[in-house]
Structure formats: structure tokens, C-alpha cells
Design a binder for this molecule. Structure first.
Ligand code: MSP
Length: 650
């Protein structure tokens, strides 16, 4: 029998900067659902990728002095870029689309032409409020306090010749779609869409631009590039081969089972996207799921917060410190999928300690240690059950269905709750059955074996359910309990593990963390990662060579700007010799002359005299310099005033 297919997608992310924990949250959630569906036997297509065109990327590339393609290549495929990140985080995407891929560009040109040919795209003039950062035009009524309703930044008036998509024509069928069934979830988002966007009147959508060039060119009207959202949304189809020869599984996987997206782009996915598909006569996706935001310091985790918050939000740093699985787990265990959640490093550490180190980790280590201690690592088949086992067994028998019911409706946090209820129950079962007491009497061996078996089964069933969340750690734990060959979905039935069971205590999977120490370490890693890279140390010099430099402490007697020079300051210095020394220094960009009078500075005196702007300079003042984000930063070396003029540096 052919497997049932399941097509799931993440948004395609803007490679305008490094991704943060918010992007990782969405991708990890989608990955976990994809892995769960594979576990259930589906033929899964999991797509993610990058949305590489648009004005913002064009501007950022320009600022960085590289071409837009070079700029996005660096962020997407460069070292520690987006692809590396997903690899590190064990993301199991089947495909990765970049909107700059040739096949996609070609498909978009064809899509655009088709929409034009069928009369749903027409030429007009656009004037409106445009948010450069979100690449969105807004109507006056949609603005919040005159600012972009999504990101809160200033908008600008913009007008240009543009093509429009007849979005208004689809208002009714889109509203019907939203109101019927479960197309958009969570359900609370349906009213938001209808009240905020459809009821006030859906306006036609501007779908081309002439004000920038970094986009898919409209092939029948040079000068226009396709508006990024048409380019972006269609990725879900082009990545399967729609209107291109690169892939050939559009018929197999389309329509998508679910587009997982953040709540700020639900509008694009639940109104504009279905309307475009209706226009193209293509089937509609079955579901759009709008998840909530991770929040820090009261606002959405964002690229700009990466440098301003005390919380570390770089998924590379967090993965390095806590392990990929612990991070993946935390994201889905803590925040109800669909609602906003307050992210903090404290919460991350306490979740790891409570759920992973205490509950799960302890159950693994206690169980394996006891089987080793009492049975030399091999559980005998002869076992004796007791009515006191029934409660745990009943919970385990019910778990797969309860877990699946939550996973099927994209509520991973509730699925995890079911699993952890069983893990906690199993830990309690150890205290109730007191294996260490049973072990004292040889006659209790069959009973002890049953207790151990139940613990192994509890672990095994829970670990199978946890595999989509923490693939690597669950593999290791299943191996430790001798269940590597009994881990398919059908094996979640209690009792599936039969015959001789070989158990061994392995490495501690989730060590307990000291909160304060870990926070301090995290801060240190973050500080180091933000610190500008220093230049490599120069080749060695001998002490004799060094000693040839006559560096002395000097007092600034006077300081003035050199006329007609933007850079130069002229200093008269007391170098301890009794005769004032004149030195010119190009530091006016960093200091005003009056700031420096009276200061104690350092100069090298035995450089050959030179003329600058016609004036003599006898030596050079020493400064500390470094480059920060392409800009030179300079600090004149200023010493404690108690250091006397003429003292030598050695
Ligand atoms: N390129 C568009 C999407 C086009 S899809 C056809 C885009 N890109 S983005 O880089 O801004 O990524 C947006 C997505 O990243 C959000 O929809 C969400 O899934 C995720 N997140 C970004 N910040 C987030 C949080 N602070 N919290 C949770 N998810 C976050 O929009």
C-alpha cells in the first residue's frame, strides 16, 4: 500500500542577518511534527528555506559593500550560516529552497504571467504607507500610532507604477474559507483576520516594484520586479516543481497539509495566499497554523535584541552550552504552541533541571543502574506481576493515543505533558516498589524483574514519543535500555519488548546545571562572541629591539586644532626634559583639544621628526585602536596623573 503523504513547511526566513532563537523555535516545532509524522508511517515532505529578495536585503548588501547575492550566500551557506544552523539543530528538512534558485525564479515569472493573462493582475499606480523593514504597504487605518502595525517602525509615503493583484475579488471566498472548518488555527486568529482585514474591505494588492532591482524581474515589463510576497509564498509550490523541471512531486504532495508560520505573517498566509491560489486555479493548503512569539524584555525576540538583551538568544551559543536536544525540548515543552511565551535563560536552565535531569535523566540512570546491579545488566524472562503495577501499566497503555491526539492537532506541549505524567509516575513507582528492599531476598527475584521490566517499558514507550523532540538523546537512551530494535510506532504498545533484555548504564544524558554558574558562563560566552575580533599578534621582536623605542610619560601643556586640517591636533608636551616638545596627532575625530589639556599621556619620542601640514612633529602619541563594525574606535592612552613626566615605559 502506498504511504499517505504529509507536506509541512516553515516560513522561508529572510537572510538579512543571523537567525535567532525565534526562528529556531518555528523550525524546531515544524521539524518535530515532521519527525512525528514519519514515525507514524507517513511519507513526509518537510520544506524550509530562505526568502532572499527585496529592498531590505538590497540595502543591507550595499551597506556591507557586497553584491546582494554575495550577501545572502554568506548568511545562508556561509560558515555558521542558516544551513549550518539547521544541521546543528538536527533539522530533518527534505528540501531547502532559496528564492534566488534559478528554478524558482523561472517559476515565479511563469506564475506572474499566468495571473496577468487571466486578468487578475493589472497595471496601476500605488501610493501608500510603506514599511521598509516588513516590506509591506499599509493603509492609513491599519497603522498603529502612525507606525507599522507589525514592527512599530516609521512608515514612509511611497508611490510608484505597479502591478496589482485583484485581491478584492476574492474577499468572499477567502472569508468563507476562514469561517469554515479548520483552515486557520488557532481558531482565535480567524476573527482577527476577518475583523481587521476582510471586513474593512480587502484592497487590491500591489504585486510589483520599480524602486529596487533585487527581485524576480517581470519578464514582460522590464523595470518591474515581482513583489516579495508573491515570490515568497509561491515557494511552497515551486519547491515541489510547479512550473519548473527541477522537481516533479507537485501532484504527490500538494496541497500542503500545514504551513507553520509566526502570527505576524498569518495575514499573508491565510488571506493573500489562498486568494492567489484561487486565481491560479490551484488547490488550497489544508491548514495554516499561526504560532506565537517568543518574547524577551517585554517585546518580540528580534534581530536587534540579539545585542541588547541580557538573555542570550543566539541558537549557536545556546546549543553549545545546553546541547541541541535540551534546547529543542525546552522550546516545545515550555511555550504553548500558538501563544506567546516569555523566553529567559533562567527558565531554560530550570526546565532542563526539572524535566530532563531530574525526571527523565533520573529514571534512565536509576533504572539502568538497578538492572546492572541486581541482574548484571540482563533482565530474566521470569517475572511476577502484582496489582500494584496496574496504575503505571494503564497509563502506559493509554499514552500513545493521548500523545498522538495532541501531536495531531499541533499541540506538542500537551503531548509532552502526557509523556511527563508517565515519567513522573514511573519515578513514583520506584519509591512504591522499593527495589532495594526486594533485592535483599533471592526469592523476590521474579518480582524484582517485573518491577525493572515495567520501568524499562515505561522508559521505552516514553522515549519513542520523545524521539521527534530529542532525536539524538532518545537514540542513546533507547540503546542504554536495550530497546534499539523496538522503537517503531507500533512498539509503543506496553509489552512489546520481549525476550532477554540487555541494559547498560551509559553516559549521563542530561547533567544538572547550577543556575548562577551557568548564567554567568552564558554571559561570558555571549560577551566573547559579541567582542570584535582582534587582529592577529604580529611576529616576535627581541627585547633589545623593543628597548630601542623610547616611550615616555608626558603631560599635555596645550592642545589646539591644526588649521585647515580635519584630523590633526597640535600638542605641546612636558616630556620631563624641561623643554616643551611638539607632537601632531590625527585624533581630532575622537577628541576636542580642550578635553586633553592637563592629561597624562604616552609618547614615543625617538621617531624621526616629520612635517605635517607644514608643522614639525617630534614623536607620536600612543593610542589603543580597534575596528568595530567597520569603524575605527580610538582611545588615547591616558594615565593616572600621579605618573611623573619623563618616566620611561619598559
Ligand atoms: N520571509 C518572510 C516569510 C515568508 S514565508 C512565505 C519572513 N521571514 S522572517 O525571517 O522574518 O521570519 C519570520 C518567522 O520567523 C516568523 O513567522 C516566525 O515563524 C519566526 N520568528 C521570528 N521571530 C520570532 C519570535 N520572536 N518568536 C517566534 N517566532 C519568531 O517573515
Amino acid at each position: 500500500m502506498e504511504k499517505k503523504t504529509f507536506y509541512i513547511t516553515t516560513p522561508i526566513y529572510y537572510p538579512s542577518d543571523k537567525l535567532h532563537i525565534g526562528h529556531a523555535y518555528c523550525t524546531v516545532a515544524t521539524d518535530t511534527i515532521a519527525r512525528y509524522k514519519r514515525l507514524r508511517g507517513y511519507d513526509v515532505m518537510f520544506l524550509t528555506g530562505t526568502d532572499e529578495h527585496g529592498q531590505k536585503i538590497e540595502a543591507k548588501a550595499k551597506a556591507a559593500g557586497v553584491s546582494p547575492q554575495e550577501f545572502v550566500d554568506r548568511i545562508v551557506t556561509g560558515e555558521k550560516g542558516i544551513k549550518d544552523l539547521w544541521k546543528l539543530m538536527n533539522i530533518s528538512n527534505d528540501r531547502f529552497i532559496r528564492t534566488t534558485d534559478d528554478y524558482h525564479v523561472q517559476s515565479i515569472q511563469r506564475v506572474f504571467r499566468k495571473m496577468y493573462d487571466n486578468g487578475d493582475i493589472y497595471k496601476g499606480k500605488y501610493s501608500g504607507k510603506y514599511c521598509k523593514d516588513c516590506e509591506s504597504f499599509w493603509t492609513e487605518t491599519q497603522l498603529v500610532d502612525g507606525k507599522c502595525p507589525d514592527c512599530g517602525r516609521a512608515v514612509q509615503d511611497a508611490e510608484e507604477e505597479a502591478y496589482f493583484f485583484r485581491l478584492s475579488k476574492y474577499a468572499k471566498p477567502v472569508q468563507e474559507l476562514l469561517e469554515s472548518g479548520t483552515f486557520l488555527e488557532p481558531a482565535s486568529r480567524v476573527n482577527e483576520m476577518i475583523n481587521n482585514f476582510i471586513k474593512p474591505g480587502l484592497e487590491d494588492l500591489c504585486v510589483s516594484r520599480t524602486s529596487f532591482t533585487w527581485g524576480v524581474p517581470v519578464d514582460f515589463d522590464p523595470g518591474h520586479v515581482v513583489y516579495v510576497w508573491v515570490d515568497a509564498l509561491y515557494n511552497y509550490c515551486t519547491a515541489l516543481g510547479l512550473y519548473n523541471d527541477r522537481y516533479h512531486d507537485f501532484d504527490k504532495y500538494w496541497p500542503a497539509d500545514v504551513h507553520v508560520v509566526g502570527k505576524e505573517i498569518v495575514r499573508f498566509h491565510s488571506i493573500i495566499w489562498p486568494a492567489m491560489l484561487m486565481s491560479a486555479g490551484l488547490p488550497l493548503p489544508k491548514k495554516v497554523f499561526g504560532h506565537g512569539w517568543l518574547i524577551i524584555d517585554g517585546g518580540k525576540v528580534s534581530k536587534s535584541k540579539a545585542n541588547n538583551s541580557t538573555n542570550v538568544i543566539d541558537p549557536y551559543i545556546l546549543s553549545e552550552k545546553f546541547g541541541v536536544d535540551a534546547l529543542r525540548f525546552f522550546l516545545l515543552r515550555t511555550f504553548p504552541f500558538g501563544s506567546d511565551g516569555n523566553f529567559s535563560n533562567e527558565l531554560l536552565i530550570s526546565t532542563i533541571n526539572t524535566d530532563l535531569a531530574n525526571d527523565l535523566g533520573n529514571l534512565v540512570s536509576r533504572t539502568t543502574a538497578m538492572v546492572e546491579k541486581y541482574f548484571g545488566g540482563v533482565l530474566p524472562a521470569e517475572r511476577r506481576a502484582d496489582p500494584m503495577d496496574e496504575e503505571l501499566k494503564a497509563m502506559l497503555r493509554a499514552l500513545p493515543e493521548k500523545y498522538a491526539a495532541q501531536m495531531d492537532v499541533l499541540q506538542p506541549h500537551l503531548a509532552l505533558e502526557e509523556v511527563f505524567r508517565c515519567i513522573q509516575r514511573a519515578n513514583k513507582y520506584i519509591d512504591e516498589t522499593m527495589p532495594w528492599v526486594l533485592a535483599k531476598d533471592e526469592a523476590n527475584k521474579p518480582r524484582l524483574a517485573e518491577v525493572m521490566y515495567n520501568l524499562v517499558e515505561a522508559l521505552r514507550i516514553c522515549l519513542i514519543c520523545l524521539t521527534p523532540f530529542m532525536p539524538e538523546s532518545c537514540d542513546k537512551a533507547l540503546e542504554q535500555i536495550g530497546a534499539q530494535g523496538c522503537r517503531a510506532w507500533d512498539d509503543t504498545a506496553y509489552g512489546a519488548l520481549a525476550g532477554e533484555i540487555r541494559v547498560h548504564k551509559g553516559e549521563t544524558l542530561f547533567p544538572r546545571l547550577d543556575l548562577d554558574k551557568t548564567l554567568a558562563e552564558l554571559e561570558e560566552i555571549s560577551r566573547r562572541s559579541k567582542a570584535p575580533k582582534t587582529e592577529p599578534v604580529l611576529p616576535d621582536v627581541t627585547i633589545d629591539e623593543f628597548a630601542k623605542c623610547d616611550m615616555r610619560v608626558c603631560k599635555v601643556l596645550s592642545c589646539e586644532a591644526v588649521k585647515k586640517s580635519e584630523k590633526l591636533l597640535k600638542f605641546q608636551l612636558d616630556d620631563g626634559s624641561g623643554t616643551p616638545r611638539q607632537i601632531l596627532s590625527g585624533i581630532h575625530k575622537f577628541y576636542e583639544p580642550e578635553q586633553l589639556v592637563g592629561k597624562t599621556v604616552v609618547a614615543i619620542l625617538n621617531l624621526p621628526p616629520r612635517k605635517m601640514m607644514g608643522q614639525d612633529s617630534n614623536g607620536m602619541l600612543l593610542s589603543a585602536v580597534r575596528e568595530v563594525e567597520g569603524k575605527e574606535e580610538l582611545h588615547l592612552m591616558i594615565l593616572d596623573d600621579s605618573v611623573p613626566a619623563g618616566a620611561r615605559l619598559c
